[in-house]
Structures are given as C-alpha cells and as structure tokens.
Design a protein around this ligand. Structure first.
Ligand code: 147
Length: 638
C-alpha cells in the first residue's frame, strides 16, 4: 500500500511594505444578466427584497459589491431568460423596460460609489446590419440616455457578450460616446478573450478607444474550476487594466473556493484587477439552468424565501477590506510558502498610504501553516484585525467571523492558517455581517389569476419570466383594460439559439389544474398556452412542457416538448378559424394523465400522457407575432 506523505507545515514570510506598489484595484462585482437571473427579485415582497439587496450592495453588511454589470436587454434569451429591450421597435423607446435600471438604482442607493457597467448579449431585430452596426451604436447611446433618466451614471460599457470584437465598431463607438456627451464612459473590450490585447497592440485607434481589457473566464484553471488564472504578456504589457469581466458560473456554496481563488490568483497569476461573478443572484425559477449559481438564491417571490450563499461571504472577505482605487502591493502578493498547493495571498494599501489589508486563501491547502507578517513603509503598525471564512466547508457559524485582533511587535506578528479558509488581516474597521433572514418557502396558492389591468404599460406582469421575446402590458386591443403583449415584432439579433417567444409563470409543483387565457391573434400565426412546464436545458427551446397550440386558421394541437428540444404531437385537429384581431378563450387542463384542450368553452381534444406530472404555466407565440393575452387563470382540478 502507498501512503501519502504527511502534509508539511508551510511557513511564509510576508513583508507588507507601504513603499512598494502594484496595479490599481478596480473592484469586485457581479453580473445581473446573461440573462434573466434577477427577474423574480423584482417581484419579491418589499421586506425580503430589501434584505437581499442589502446583502448584495450595502457596505459593511454582505457582499458589498463594488461593480455591477447590467444586461442591456435585447428581447432574446441570454441564458435563463430573455431581458426586455428599451426599444422593441425602431424609435419607440421605453426607459422603464425591465428590471435592470431598477436594480441599478437599488445598488446606487446603498452604495453611491458602485461602478455600473452595461453590456448587451442580444439586440432587437430592427437593427440593420447586424450587431456590429451603427444602429447598435445609436441604440447603446439611447440606453445610456435611459440610464441617465434613472439617475444612473454608467461608468463602463462593453460591446457584445462573448462574440469577439469588430475593431472599427469600437473605434466608432468611442467617437459616438464622445459626441453624445459620454466621454467619461469607459469602454471595456471585448468580454470574450485576450485576443483583444493583440489587436490593441497593432491598432492604436482601437487601443485608444478601449479603456479596460476584459476577458471572460480567465480563471478556469488547469486542475478544475479556478485553480489558476491566466492573461497574456501582450495584455499585461498594454498597461491598461485587465479584468475578469466575467467569471464564476459556480454553485453559490460549493463554488466559493473557486471564487476566492479567482480573485486572489487572478492578481498573482494574471494581474487582473477586477472580478465580476456570473451571476449576481439566481432569482429564477428552480427548473431553469444554473438555479443555484450566484451569490444568493431567491426563487420564490410569493413566499419571500431566499438563501445567502457562501459566495457572498467569500466576496465580503475582499470587498469589505479594500476599495477601488487602492493599490496592490506586488511584493506582498504570491503563493503561500511559494507553492500554489498551500494557497495564495494579495495585499492592498489605501491611497492615504496608512491602511492595508492582506487576503489569504488556503483553499488548496491540506494542513495548518504559519504566516509571519512584517509591516513597514509607512503602513500602520497598529492592531491588525483578523476576519475569517471557512470557505471549503461552509456553515453560518464560520462565515465572516472577526476571529482575533493582533498587536504587532516592532511591526511583526504571526498567524496560524487552517486549510480551507479565507483570512483577511486589516487595519481597517467598519466590517459587518448582516443578520436578516427570510421566511420558509411555500407554493403559490391556487386558484391564481391575473387580469393584467393593474400592470402599467411597458411593465412585466407579476411572476412572468420571459424566455424569448418580451411580454409586457399594453392597452388591450379590441377590449378595455390592460393585456400582456408579445413586444418583439421580428426575430432579435440573438445570443443563443432561436425558439418561440414564450414566458413561464408559477409554481413547478402545480400538478392538476386548468390554465386558461383569452388570446387575440393580431397577425396570422399560432399562439401557445403551456402547462406542466418543468426542467429547461440550454437553449430555451429545450423546455419540458405540454403546449396547446392554436392558429388563426383553426388548426390546433396538443404538443409535448422535451428537454432535448423534441416536439411530439399528442393530438391535433382543425376547428372553425379563430381569425385575427378577435378575442378567444383557450384552456389546457390536467387531471392525472388526462390532458384536455378547449377553445371558447368547447373541447378541441383530449389525450392521455404521463410524461410530466407537474409544472408551471406559460404563454407564447410560434415566432414573433405581437399577440395579446388577457385574464390568465390557473384553477385546481379535482
Ligand atoms: C457564460 C455567459 O456569458 C453567461 O451569460 C452564462 O451563459 C454563463 C453560464 O455559465 O456562461 O459564458 C461562459 C463562457 C466561457 C466559460 C464559461 C461560461 N468557460 O470558459 O468556462
């Protein structure tokens, strides 16, 4: 038998020297978008909504985020949903579209210094010439105007998420921003890879247009998620800030070791000075992809239940101790005991040259180790406060704990580090750990109904989570009151694959019920009512559900769609034409294996199928007609 050698107790000596320097720290943040991941937060009860926002943004309370990237919605799916565009049709701008401006306002209210960053995944289909067009540039300028109307000062703007770059487009974007009064907005390129830096090196106009070189997932690492990070020599030699402008995609608890490694080793390995986690929150339905990925989960707007993830406390170990504008100290950053298996550390100093914070992570260590710190060069040699989070085996009792205060002797002190932890030693004070907690989750009660009459034009209806296209309230056509209308009249410039425009709503545990809605087909085509909608795989067409489809000509079908994207027609037929611009009532009922479809109260057909026992309801259109829906109801069946 081979036994592994006992782990050696490493010892590290770190001289935190205020006369030494390094790059400027730009902040730690997260991404709302890419996409739909903040949708349900908008509909949370006020008390829990505020608590969640506090955990994300309030200084000295939780994640204390310093950067926030907001999706510039484009009416097409960008991972967990489709975020609405401010301009579904050319020239018709609705600055109240969606929830990202609202989120930005909430963030700024809590932390006026937060750096806001806009990025598009998709764009509306009226744009001519594809994404890299002048239309898109003008559209982004309109979006900045909307942000300004909301009192939001956008500090950073990107191009097209993970779709590379068009050098001339960025150059034109820079001059368009300058002409429109946004010379202060810094362009990030290209939210894909480090190849941006190569093109910047060979094109000075492009180099001048770009302020920040942002690459995605530079910290996936060789040995699993984020054990190391990389950037290129060309990028490092450019001199402009290098960011992990997206990284993460890890579970909110088990992903926390990778998150802190990405931040610390992002600097030691790759000189990255900002980190943006994907996503901010998983405030999405539990049947969608990445339902536990982010800093917090908040899937239940009707109950107010939420759960603060370990990623929040891993983030707090950095953000509550160093602010954008602080400087790294390169000579006090590296691997513990010189080996990445022991862990890594970075030190930062305040602009006034007196405060410092050193973040040490032992996520890859297997034994306790000793660190001898020596403080010099004008930094405070007063009390060092130690905060710790046991990140490899999360528990509330070991999250973000102020463990000790150490008085240096002649500027020197020692710490013992346990494996699987994040430690921050600091001369700063004011840190805090929030104590709010939400209620238990419960199912959304039936019967459920919504006339949409109280939903403002251009707003989303409660609990509806768009998967493709955009469903917003508008005055009903041909009757009084407000209706839900599919607002994207043509196929958007997409980010992931196409599907029908549809929106999901309600509880995944709903089982025996009838979903009913009035529909007005405003153009020729087919409308959909979804029931027992369950798991979704990427892309969004891979949605488990039953669908009732009815065309204006009267063709109907009951279809079963699968997580593999397959459509199986279970029953079909023809009825009298519904026609266009007239209201009809459709219903899809479930009772055990029995599925029944009706139109205007008469049965279209019925079929037995036991594939999906429970799931959400939904509305949709095959394609991108601007059909309307009214009086949605979900009623339990015996
Ligand atoms: C990202 C997207 O930008 C996000 O919108 C979301 O879809 C996320 C889900 O993981 O994926 O794209 C990635 C690109 C590269 C990697 C991971 C995610 N990667 O190299 O590991």
């Amino acid at each position: 038998a081979v036994s592994s050698a006992p782990a050696q107790a490493a010892t590290s000596s770190i001289t935190v020297d205020g006369s030494q320097g390094g790059r400027t720290f730009d902040g730690i943040g997260a991404i709302s978008g890419g996409g739909g991941n903040s949708r349900l937060l908008r509909d949370y009860p006020a008390a829990q909504q505020s608590q969640i926002l506090d955990y994300l943004f309030k200084p000295g309370y939780g994640a204390n985020l310093q950067l926030l990237k907001l999706e510039i919605g484009g009416d097409a799916n960008s991972t967990d949903g489709s975020e609405p565009s401010i301009e579904h049709s050319r020239g018709v701008v609705n600055c109240n579209a969606g929830y990202e401006f609202w989120l930005g306002e909430q963030a700024v209210k809590r932390n006026p210094n937060i750096g806001l960053y806009g990025l598009a995944w998709a764009a509306p289909g009226w744009i001519n010439g594809g994404f890299w067009s002048t239309d898109t540039i003008n559209y982004l300028v309109s979006w900045l105007g909307c942000a300004k109307q909301h009192g939001l000062n956008i500090k950073y703007l990107g191009g097209w998420n993970e779709r590379g770059h068009d050098v001339n487009w960025y150059i034109q974007l820079r001059s368009a921003l300058n002409s429109a009064g946004y010379s202060g907005v810094q362009i990030v390129a290209d939210d894909s890879g480090w190849g941006t830096a190569d093109d910047m090196a060979s094109n000075s106009a492009f180099n001048n247009a770009v302020s920040v070189i942002g690459a995605h997932y530079p910290c996936q690492g060789d040995g699993g998620p984020a054990t190391s990070c990389s950037s290129t020599a060309t990028a490092q030699n450019n001199g402009k800030p290098l960011w992990a402008s997206e990284n993460g995609s890890q579970d909110m608890n088990t992903g926390a070791p990778a998150l802190i490694r990405s931040i610390v080793r992002g600097y030691t390995d790759a000189k990255l000075t900002a980190y943006l986690n994907w996503p901010l929150v998983a405030s999405i339905y539990p049947n969608l992809p990445y339902a536990t990925v982010g800093l917090i989960t908040a899937p239940s707007p009707w109950s107010g239940q939420y759960s603060v993830g370990e990623n929040t406390w891993a983030t707090a170990q950095v953000t509550q101790f160093a602010q954008p504008g602080w400087k790294f100290i390169d000579s006090a950053s590296g691997y513990l005991g010189g080996s990445e298996s022991n862990g890594a550390y970075v030190s930062l100093k305040s602009p006034n040259g007196s405060d410092y914070s050193t973040v040490l992570e032992t996520t890859t260590a297997t034994a306790a180790q000793t660190v001898n710190l020596h403080v010099q060069g004008g930094l405070s040699t007063g009390t060092a406060h130690v905060w710790a989070t046991r990140v490899n085996s999360p528990s509330a009792a070991t999250d973000f704990v102020h463990t000790q205060d150490v008085t240096p002797s002649g500027g020197s002190y020692s710490l013992t580090l346990q494996p699987g932890y994040i430690y921050t030693v600091t001369t700063t004070t004011g840190q805090g750990k929030g104590t709010a907690a939400g209620p238990a989750a419960h199912a959304l009660a039936l019967p459920y109904s919504d006339t949409f009459d109280n939903v403002a034009s251009g707003a989303e209806a409660a609990y509806f989570s768009d998967m493709q296209g955009a469903f917003e309230a508008q005055p009903c056509v041909g009757r009084s009151g407000q209706c839900l209308q599919q607002m994207a009249p043509v196929k958007p410039i997409e980010w992931q694959d196409d599907s029908d425009a549809f929106s999901l709503m309600g509880d995944t545990t709903w089982s025996d019920y009838t979903v009913q809605s009035d529909v007005n087909l405003r153009q020729a085509g087919t409308v959909e009512l979804l029931g027992r909608a369950g798991p979704q795989n990427r892309p969004q067409s891979h949605q488990a559900a039953y669908e009732l489809r009815v065309s204006d000509a009267g063709a109907w079908s009951i279809v079963r769609s699968s997580t593999a994207g397959a459509l199986t027609t279970l029953a079909s037929g023809n009825r009298t034409a519904l026609g266009t611009n007239t209201w009809h009532t459709l219903a899809l009922g479930f009772s055990g294996d029995r599925i029944t479809a009706t139109a205007d109260g008469s049965t279209l057909g019925a079929v037995n199928d036991s594939t999906y026992p429970a799931g959400q309801v939904g509305i949709g259109v095959v394609g991108y007609q601007t059909d309307q829906f009214d009086n949605l109801s979900v009623t339990a069946n015996p």
